[in-house]
Design a binder for this molecule. Structure first.
Ligand code: AMP
Ligand code: MG
Length: 330
């Protein structure tokens, strides 16, 4: 199969709709990362998504809809969820509701809930409006690899496996959406992201972050898996361990390893500039640059030394979660 990359326009949208109607899958841009979408009502299409990515079949998918799509056709609502939608949607927040079971059972892997997201990205909204169907979509990368934030990243993982990538440029957000369960008395964050716990709390009054305990049945099955990993060795250091990171760099550099350092701008002067993968200065820059710099790094490095950013709360909680999973010390 040849994989075409096309800008989002009337021709490529018509081609995408035809593919989806036939049970196929297409990649599309969002403000977080690129998605690999199929008709959520079609078992065959949903199965194809898992197969193309090599995704474990017990890791449920998020359904994407446009702003005017009838949410009540898919899920049961909760009073405070409306306030969250008002405050943050369209945007990088996925809400998990009780499902009305009107999509393929494979989407939620047998759970009685359904995760729904309304992306803000202009190309994503155009795509979802044009096809006007609920689109099940995980990130458009091979399972366990770094999520894609450009059409080229999608191409390098899925070339030959999907017919079409809608190119909407570089994703401005950079990490996956916040996933928040709204089936209970108050919202519970299952995966941290660009809509932080603090932001949700300010609207809903109360919000907790779910902590997975070993041995317990995961409330969000995807959290069990190794994720977002570059295809080279990694070492992870705390912001307070710069001296150790410098030593690690020097040792590996001396023995001829191609070693690169992924860090925020303020730490870059500790390392030779040719070997720095710079995450930038602000929280939003760091989130937006994380996956692009990891992909750049894996293309040239034997070893990536990652240094955690200093700030830990707000949206940095999501960044730290991704960085820790990508660069876990094993
Ligand atoms: P990805 O599509 O790779 O961004 O991953 C989607 C995330 O949403 C995973 O962590 C899933 O476990 C989570 N998710 C999707 N649907 C549900 C659901 N019904 N209940 C809880 N978590 C979900
Ligand atoms: Mg993913």
């Amino acid at each position: 199969m040849t994989t075409e990359i096309c800008a989002v326009n009337s021709d490529s949208l018509a081609a995408a709709k035809k593919i989806l109607q036939g049970g196929g899958v297409v990649a599309f841009p969002t403000e977080t990362v690129y998605g690999l979408g199929g008709d959520a009502r079609n078992d065959e299409a949903v199965q194809r998504i898992y197969q193309v990515k090599g995704r474990p079949s017990d890791n449920p998918l998020i359904v994407h809809i446009h702003s005017e799509f009838d949410l009540s056709s898919l899920v049961y609502d909760t009073p405070y969820a409306g306030r969250l939608r008002q405050a943050f949607l369209p945007g990088p927040l996925t809400l998990v509701y009780k499902s009305k079971n009107n999509v393929s059972k494979l989407v939620s892997c047998g759970l009685d809930t359904l995760a729904i997201r309304v992306p803000a990205h202009k190309g994503a909204q155009e795509f979802l409006r044009y096809v006007d169907m609920p689109i099940a979509a995980p990130s458009a990368n091979l399972s366990k690899h770094i999520s894609p934030v450009s059409a080229e990243h999608v191409y390098s993982d899925l070339n030959g496996k999907i017919p079409l990538i809608l190119d909407g440029g570089i994703c401005s957000g950079g990490i996956e959406s916040t996933v928040c369960d709204v089936t209970g008395e108050f919202p519970v964050v299952l995966r941290e992201g660009l809509v932080s716990k603090e932001m949700i709390e300010s609207v809903a009054g109360k919000c907790e972050v779910y902590k997975f305990k070993e041995g317990e049945q995961a409330r969000s099955p995807g959290m069990r898996y190794k994720h977002y990993a570059p295809r080279c060795a990694t070492r992870l250091f705390e912001a307070g361990q710069i001296e150790e990171a410098k030593e690690c760099f020097a040792e590996n550099h001396r023995i001829g390893k191609k070693v690169y350092v992924l860090c925020e701008d303020r730490f870059k002067s500790n390392f030779p500039s040719d070997y720095v993968l710079n995450l930038g200065r602000t929280e939003y820059e760091i989130a937006a640059n994380l996956y692009a710099e990891l992909r750049k790094g894996e293309a040239v490095a034997d070893l990536i030394i990652a240094i955690k950013p200093e700030k830990k709360d707000g949206i940095m909680a999501g960044v730290l979660n991704r960085l820790s999973k990508a660069c876990a010390n094993e």
